[in-house]
Design a protein around this ligand. Structure first.
Ligand code: URA
Length: 198
């Protein structure tokens, strides 16, 4: 990527983030401490998309800073050799649903333009979705994650690799963890240009 492209993309994403911080498109705005827009490199080749902020994320303003995030960071480091400064991470819904309930369809739809703008500006080679909500939204399907995972899909000029949400690994243990690790290895192959075109 040329220096001009890098410099141009940083203010654009920061500007969108500033706008998003005042978002009142859905009722989640009323209960939030702050909008959890996303963090990481704005020129990253890799982007993770989770579900919604939890309590810690709502307080700290950063996605995946709780137990799920710690597990994700560890698995990404072990399977892909990457730390947070090398990717971008955001959620399907940018404000915490009360009591950590599932995000509602109307909230997901209201927030979708923010996510689409993030993907368009960052323009990653590989998007890894974590859990059902992000995979279903971005792939436009009602199919569940267990059926969707295990392969890559074309997505906005790059590829999308669906995998489990790390919270499912914390609940479900070994077998799911092994599948998630395999998905991360698959994502790495696409990052390095070794993956077959889906
Ligand atoms: N789970 C998510 O999906 N996103 C977060 O930011 C934290 C937990």
């Amino acid at each position: 990527m040329s220096p001009t492209t890098t410099i141009a993309s940083v203010p654009a994403l920061a500007e969108v983030e500033r706008e998003a911080k005042g978002c009142t498109r859905c009722p989640l705005a009323q209960g939030r401490t702050q909008v959890v827009f996303g963090v990481g490199s704005s020129s990253a080749d890799l982007m993770f998309v989770g579900e919604a902020p939890g309590q810690q994320e709502d307080l700290q303003g950063e996605p995946f800073v709780g137990r799920s995030g710690q597990l994700l960071d560890r698995m990404v480091l072990e399977e892909m050799g990457l730390t947070r400064d090398r990717f971008y991470i955001a959620n399907t819904v940018k404000c915490r649903p009360p009591g950590n309930r599932d995000p509602q369809p109307v909230e997901i739809a209201a927030c979708h333009p923010w996510l689409e703008t993030q993907v368009d500006l960052i323009d990653p080679k590989v998007v890894v979705t974590l859990g059902n909500f992000a995979a279903k939204l971005l792939l436009g399907t009602t199919e569940g994650i267990t059926r969707l995972r295990g392969r890559a899909y074309p997505y906005r000029g790059g590829v999308l690799v669906p995998t489990f949400h790390p919270a499912a690994i914390l609940r479900g243990g070994g077998d799911l963890a092994a599948q998630m690790r395999a998905d991360l290895v698959r994502a790495k192959q696409y990052l390095t240009g070794d993956g077959e075109r889906p």
